[in-house]
Ligand binder design. Structure first.
Ligand SMILES: Cc1ncc(COP(=O)(O)O)c(C=O)c1O
Length: 424
């Protein structure tokens, strides 16, 4: 494993998250002091970072000169403080207003309850039941349907209505090592209409007098610059399917490229060039005269939060006592930070009192949940730890709080939301 000290500045340092005099600062506040004051586990959010990320993607989409729309994948992060921050970025009905991508009736109702108008909410989910459809239709939310049986199910309830189709071009931009092939790619997945069944899907829509006004695809996961050629192949394949739908008479007004944009997670990764990303979409979809939409989650908010935990145990667990298996036990578990246990991601961890010190020791970082595989990292380099230290697990702003549970009756962590950064 490479240590973060191969490079002069650790990858994670940015305005709002930095080592100053050796100490970790989050939104300009001393991370260890926050943990001592509020207790652990403690989530700390830098809301300014979220706004910066949203504005950066909006800017890149606007640079294409084409009609665009950016939505927020609610499944990644649904907290009211975050939604309030993004809602104020524009007026509803304008491109700058951040719409919502939702995937369940509960998310529709959450979005409406937090001030997002129904026509700023786009549903794309799978295996929708009749009950789900009833709720969505009651609220008048636009739905992208991804299975032929769902088109019929929808059509029976809303004859003459308007829908989108989620397509699956069978081409993926996800790196094989990401282990994520279940969105698009060779293997059958639960998502999207395949090219060979597009005509059947369009016929199903016609049979219920449904108008298909949107084409949706989601073909990437942790998309970085190096993945852009693969992304371009997938977008080209999706564009070919969209052209077929338009050629068949569908008045397509929007093509939605889903999410799957990466937040940088480790040393050596370069952030996705958002102009290049938007450029790929413009190149392949621009001639179709549609609004180009996307709906990331992770890229917006993953690196906007850290989880502060106390080191309660430092113990050599190796057979010969040779120090090769020193376990460091933390006051948090997969119920609060599931990225390792559920998503198999290595989460960067920083010692708050010595945030940029040389990482001369190696630890297995473990949780306080009684599940053997609930381990954050193995052979993980850190400065030497002491019991009572505070560490920060980085990159926990998406798909963590949204998935919290009370396994082992461990309560939810406390949360701090900082809307402004302190300058020191
Ligand atoms: C349809 C759809 N849109 C958007 C997203 C958000 O993805 P990400 O958080 O990787 O950007 C997902 C994630 O699974 C998705 O399935």
């Amino acid at each position: 494993m490479t240590t973060p000290h191969d490079h002069p500045r650790d990858w994670w340092q940015r305005p709002g998250l930095e080592a100053r005099g050796g100490r970790l600062l989050v939104a300009g506040r001393d991370a260890e002091a926050l943990a001592r004051e509020c207790g652990t586990p403690l989530f700390v959010y830098d809301l300014t970072h979220i706004e910066e990320n949203v504005r950066a993607l909006q800017g890149a989409m606007a640079h294409t000169g084409l009609p665009w729309k950016v939505r927020w994948a609610l499944k990644s992060q649904r907290e009211p403080a975050v939604l309030a921050r993004i809602r104020r970025l524009g007026e509803p009905g304008t491109p700058e207003f951040v719409g919502l991508d939702v995937c369940s009736p509960g998310e529709v109702e959450h979005g409406l309850a937090h001030g997002f108008p129904a026509d700023e909410i786009s549903y794309t989910g799978t295996n929708v039941s009749d009950r789900d459809l009833d709720v969505m239709l009651e609220h008048g939310v636009h739905m992208n349907l991804d299975l032929i049986s769902q088109i019929h199910r929808y059509g029976r309830r809303d004859r003459g209505g308007t829908i989108g189709l989620r397509i699956n071009p069978r081409v993926s931009a996800a790196r094989p090592e990401s282990g994520i092939s279940y969105y698009s790619g060779d293997a059958p997945t639960k998502f999207g209409i395949y090219p060979e069944r597009l005509d059947e899907a369009l016929a199903a829509a016609r049979s219920h007098d449904l108008t298909v006004d949107t084409i949706h695809f989601h073909v990437s996961h942790h998309l970085l610059n190096d993945d852009l050629p693969a992304f371009e192949r997938a977008v080209a394949a999706a564009a070919a399917m969209a052209r077929r739908a338009i050629g068949a008479g569908c008045p397509v007004r929007e093509i939605n490229a889903g999410g799957g944009l990466a937040a940088v997670m480790r040393q050596g990764q370069r952030p996705l060039d958002l102009d290049a990303y938007a450029g790929v979409l413009a190149e392949h979809l621009g001639a179709l005269g549609v609004t180009i939409a996307c709906e990331p989650g992770e890229m917006f908010c993953k690196n906007a939060a850290v989880l502060l935990a106390e080191v309660v145990t430092v113990e050599d667990r190796s057979r010969a006592g040779d120090g090769s298996a020193v376990f460091a036990g933390l006051t948090c578990g997969w119920n609060a930070m599931n990225l390792a246990f559920v998503y198999k991601e290595l989460v960067e961890t920083v010692l708050c009192r010595a945030a940029d010190a040389p990482r001369t020791a190696v630890y297995t970082l473990t949780s306080h949940i009684n599940e053997g595989p609930d381990i954050f990292a193995e052979d993980y380099p850190l400065p030497p730890l002491e019991e009572g230290d505070i560490v920060a697990l980085l990159g926990v702003g998406s798909y963590c709080q949204a998935n919290w549970n009370v396994h082992c009756l461990r309560p939810f962590p406390e949360v701090l939301w900082f809307s402004e950064r302190h300058t020191i």
